[in-house]
Design a protein around this ligand. Structure first.
Ligand code: TXA
Ligand code: MG
Length: 347
């Protein structure tokens, strides 16, 4: 066990002394968790193989799942990736800093574990002042997966990072809640047309406006290119059931029935009032943005109460948000779920 420092920072004006301390830790091979606009990341010097290996140990992450490298400048991008295409240039110009990770050809300076044996490296510039100042001060690219223990939901609060990784990492920069709440879009630029390996807030429609057609990774050959998508993700300890479509009475009786077998947590936009000490609910707004911002912390909160089952309700058809944003959220819900039900199929 090591002592984990937690520094509370103002996201608009982070204390220079704390950023400097965190940057020194990165330079010395330490692990520092920091906020981004998506989720918290667990950072290490991307050029230091020993430091990067510690990320895998701290998270319990399988060695075949590569990491995203975070940069704060054009020079840093060029230090980790080669042969930048016009499409890559256009996307970086349009969406960085922002929630888009680009899979590019790697330079050999990048620590081998970052790429998990692939010839490529995923790179992004985060839209978060604390993250950018940390990377800038450290003066090197920062490899950072989401700062959760492997298999747990991604952290959107510093408290989530502390719960999963306290005693295993040197420092946590607490910049409050992350604003988007789900992980970045991962786009493979080594394929033509580029292929979305993980959906996110930068939607296919937004990408298409800048570079034209993009592909979606469905074929197993493409998914093998993004090893992380093979691993089970975002799972709380309870069994998760996703209701993709169901009326309020249906959800009510579904939860009531489950309560006969054990505790039940409910996460959704429908108001479900069940007067039972073994029932708890987290109400979300019916929009992609509300779901993204709250889903991971709701899963963690309800899971802490130790229910047997967590029932998650999908965003409704009339939910607010771009279709690509709704799809990105729904991908996370399906991944967390071990079972999916639709009222219309049960009648
Ligand atoms: O929003 C985010 O991307 C957050 C914040 C911290 O930046 N990071 C994050 O990292 O979600 P992680 O490690 O949880 O997810 C990285 C994803 C994985 O699915 C991984 O397989 C994929 O990106 N990936 C990384 N490098 C890759 C590569 N070279 N080729 C294909 N996929 C890659
Ligand atoms: Mg992750």
């Amino acid at each position: 066990m090591i002592e984990t420092l937690v520094a509370q920072l103002d996201p608009q004006a982070p204390a220079a002394s704390e950023i400097a301390r965190a940057a020194r830790l990165i330079q010395n091979g330490g692990l520092v968790a920091f906020p981004t606009e998506t989720v918290y990341g667990l950072g290490a010097d991307a050029l230091n193989e020993r430091a990067v290996k510690r990320i895998f140990e701290a998270k319990g992450r399988p060695a075949d799942n590569p990491l995203i490298v975070h940069v704060s400048s054009r020079e840093m991008l060029e230090a980790v990736a080669t042969a930048l295409s016009p499409k890559t240039e256009a996307l970086a110009e349009a969406f960085w800093p922002g929630p888009l990770a680009l899979v590019l050809n790697r330079r050999s300076a990048v620590a081998p574990s970052v790429s998990a044996g692939l010839e490529t490296v995923a790179v992004r510039m985060p839209a978060n002042r604390i993250a950018l100042e940390l990377i800038e001060q450290a003066g090197r690219p920062v490899a950072a997966p989401s700062a959760n223990a492997s298999g747990r939901p991604s952290p959107t609060l510093a408290a989530h990072v502390l719960a999963d990784l306290g005693g295993r990492i040197e420092m946590i920069l607490d910049g409050g809640a992350t604003n988007i709440g789900i992980e970045s879009t991962v786009l493979d630029m080594t394929a033509d047309p580029p292929v979305i390996l993980r959906p996110g807030w930068v939607t296919p429609e937004k990408l298409a406006r800048v570079i034209g057609e993009v592909g979606q990774a469905r074929a197993s050959r493409q998914l093998r290119r993004s090893p992380g998508t093979r691993h089970r993700h975002y799972s709380p300890r309870a069994r998760v059931v996703l209701i993709e479509q169901g009326s309020r009475p249906f959800i009510h009786s579904f939860c009531t029935e489950l309560l006969k077998t054990g505790g039940v947590g409910f996460i959704g936009h429908t108001a479900v009032d069940i007067d039972d000490a073994s029932f708890s609910a987290a109400r979300l707004g019916n929009s992609a943005a509300d779901y993204a911002a709250s889903i991971y912390s709701a899963l963690r909160e309800l899971d802490r109460l130790g229910p047997l089952t967590i029932v998650v309700e999908a965003i409704a058809e009339n939910g607010a948000g771009e279709s690509g944003e709704i799809a990105a959220v729904m991908e996370r819900l399906r991944r967390a779920a071990s079972e999916i039900v639709r009222e219309s199929l049960l009648r």
